[in-house]
Write a protein that binds this ligand. Structure first.
Ligand code: B12
Ligand code: SF4
Ligand code: SF4
Length: 401
C-alpha cells in the first residue's frame, strides 16, 4: 500500500517540476563521525555555524530536528544551464555559479516541497492511510546532513568532488528534505562508487581544495581553499596566494562539476524557469558591474539583489570579488574603476583594489600603458589611508604586487 503511495508521490513530484525523489529511513547519521573529524581539521574555516554544538548534535539524525519524523522524503531540483557565449573564457567578464544566476533556491524548492506535503496529506487520507500528515521542510535551512540522506534515499553517490551525483542526471541539482510523520517504505541506499579511476575534478580544481577519498571512502574537501567559500562565505580578505587562482569567478564555482563526465553526459538544462539567469548575472562585464556596485549603498544592494542568492555576499563581498577579477584580467582598461574602488568606504574593497592595481602595475610596469595611472592612484591613496591592513596592501602593491 505504502509502495503505491510512493509511486504516486514520485509522479506528483515530477508534476511539480522536481527532478527525482527518494525515501529514506530517519535512522541516525552514519557520517557524523566524519563530519566532526572534518570540523576538527578546521576545514570549515570561518563557517562557524557548522561547528555550533547544538547544530552538530542535530546533524546526528533527522529526529534531532523533529522527533515525530517517521520517513524522510528527499527531492532533487535541477538548475543546470549553459554558460553564456564567451564565458568563462573572456577575462573581462565575471562568472556567477549556475546555482546563483536565478531566483533563490531556498524559496523555490521550499514552496515545491510544501505543495508535495499538502498533496501527501490529501492522498494518505483518500487512501485511508492517515487522517492527516504532518511534516517539516528543509532546504539548507536546518543542520541536517542533506547529502547523506539523499544517498540513503538511493539518489546517488558522493563523487570525489564531494557532490552527490545522480547516475542519470549528474550533480547540478539542489537537495530538499521533507520529514513526515507517515511510515513510507524506504528506497535502497545507493552503495556503488561510480567515480572509478577518474580524477578529473581533483586535477581541475584551481586551488587544490579537493583532497581525494580517505580510507573509509569519504571524499574530503578543505573548504577554506574552495572558491565557493572564498567568494561567498568568507567575509574578510581573500588570502593573497589564492586571489590569482580565482580568475574571473565572482560568486561560487562550478569547475569540479563542469569537468565531471557524469555532468558532461547527463546534465540537461533545468526545466525550472525560476533558475534561469536574471539580467546582470549571466556573464556580466566586470567594468559595468563594478561601476554599478560602487554607486550603491548596502540598502540599494539589498533591493537590487532581493530574492537572489548573490545577496549573501553583501555589497562589500561581491565588490571585493569583482575587484579581484579585475586584477586578474590585468588590463589597463580596469585602472580608472579600480582607482575609484580605492576610495570606497569599505576597507575590504580598498585593500583588494590596491592588490588589483598592484597586479596591473606589476604586469605593465610604471612607464607602461596604464601603469603610470595605477601607480599614481596607489600613491595618492597612500597619503590619506588610515586603515593598517589597507596600508599594507598599498605598500605591497607599490612594489608591484
Ligand atoms: C557548507 C556547505 C558548503 C561549503 C563546504 C562544501 C563541502 N563539500 O562540504 C562550501 C561553501 C565550500 C560549499 C560549496 C558548494 N555548495 Co554547498 N553546502 C554546504 C552545506 C550547507 C553543508 C555541507 C556540509 O555539511 N559539509 C561538510 C561535509 C563534511 O559534509 P557533507 O558534504 O554533507 O558530506 C560528507 C560526508 O557525508 C562524507 N562521506 C561521504 N561518503 C562517505 C562514506 C563514509 C563511510 C563516511 C564515514 C563519510 C562519507 O563526505 C562528504 C563530503 O566531504 C550543504 C547543505 C547541507 N545542509 O548539507 C550545502 C550543499 C552541499 N551545497 C550545495 C551546492 C550546490 C554547492 C556548490 C555547487 C555551490 C557553488 N556552485 O558554488 C558548491 C560546490 C563545491 C563542492 N565541490 O562541494 C548543494 C549540493 C548538491 C549536490 N548535488 O551535492 C547542498 C546540498 C545544498 C542544497 N541543499 O542543495 N557548500
Ligand atoms: S567548487 Fe571550484 S574551488 Fe571548490 S572544489 Fe570545486 S573546483 Fe575547487
Ligand atoms: S570528475 Fe570524476 S572523480 Fe570527480 S566526481 Fe566526477 S566522476 Fe568522480
Amino acid at each position: 500500500m505504502g509502495g503505491e503511495l510512493v509511486t504516486a508521490l514520485r509522479k506528483e513530484a515530477r508534476r511539480l517540476g522536481l527532478s527525482a525523489v527518494g525515501v529514506a529511513s530517519p535512522a541516525p547519521s552514519e557520517h557524523l563521525g566524519f563530519y566532526t573529524a572534518w570540523l576538527g581539521w578546521g576545514f570549515h574555516g570561518e563557517m562557524h555555524y557548522l561547528a555550533r554544538p547544538d547544530a552538530v548534535r542535530r546533524r546526528g539524525g533527522p529526529a534531532e530536528s523533529w522527533p515525530d519524523v517517521q520517513s524522510v522524503v528527499v527531492a532533487l531540483h535541477e538548475y543546470a544551464q549553459p554558460d553564456p557565449p564567451g564565458v568563462p573564457e573572456d577575462p573581462s567578464r565575471g562568472v556567477v555559479a549556475r546555482y546563483a544566476r536565478g531566483e533563490d533556491y531556498h524559496d523555490v524548492l521550499k514552496a515545491r516541497l510544501l505543495d508535495l506535503l499538502e498533496w501527501l496529506g490529501r492522498e494518505a487520507r483518500t487512501r485511508g492511510l492517515a487522517d492527516r500528515v504532518q511534516g517539516r521542510v528543509y532546504v539548507d535551512t536546518a543542520p541536517i546532513l542533506e547529502r547523506e540522506l539523499a544517498r540513503r534515499a538511493g539518489l546517488g553517490w558522493f563523487g570525489k568532488n564531494t557532490m552527490l551525483i545522480h547516475p542519470r542526471r549528474g550533480s547540478f541539482f539542489f537537495v530538499g528534505i521533507l520529514l513526515v510523520d507517515l511510515p513510507l517504505p524506504p528506497d535502497p541506499p545507493f552503495t556503488a562508487d561510480r567515480c572509478g579511476s577518474c580524477t578529473a575534478c581533483l586535477e581541475a580544481c584551481p586551488t587544490g581544495a579537493l583532497l581525494g577519498r580517505d580510507r573509509t571512502g569519504a571524499p574530503m574537501m578543505d573548504a577554506r581553499l574552495c572558491i565557493s567559500y572564498l567568494t561567498i562565505e568568507l567575509k574578510g580578505p581573500i588570502p593573497l596566494h589564492l586571489r590569482p587562482q580565482i580568475g574571473n569567478r565572482i560568486f561560487g564555482c562550478d569547475i569540479c562539476q563542469e569537468v565531471c563526465p557524469w555532468n558532461r553526459k547527463f546534465a540537461s538544462d533545468a526545466e525550472e524557469p525560476a533558475y534561469r539567469a536574471s539580467p546582470g548575472l549571466d556573464g556580466p562585464s566586470l567594468l559595468s558591474l563594478a561601476e554599478e556596485l560602487l554607486g550603491m549603498d548596502d540598502e540599494a544592494f539589498g533591493e537590487r539583489f532581493s530574492g537572489s542568492p548573490v545577496k549573501r555576499a553583501r555589497r562589500g563581498g561581491l565588490l571585493r570579488n569583482v575587484v579581484v577579477a579585475l586584477g586578474n584580467w590585468g588590463s589597463r582598461q580596469a585602472v580608472p574603476i579600480l582607482a575609484r574602488a580605492l576610495e570606497d568606504l569599505e576597507p575590504l574593497v580598498r585593500g583588494h583594489a590596491a592588490w588589483a592595481l598592484g597586479r596591473i602595475l606589476g604586469r605593465l610596469g610604471v612607464p607602461g600603458d596604464g601603469g603610470f595611472e595605477a601607480a599614481e592612484a596607489l600613491l595618492n591613496r597612500r597619503t590619506v589611508e588610515e586603515n593598517p591592513w589597507v596600508r599594507e596592501e598599498l605598500e605591497r602593491a607599490l612594489l608591484g604586487g
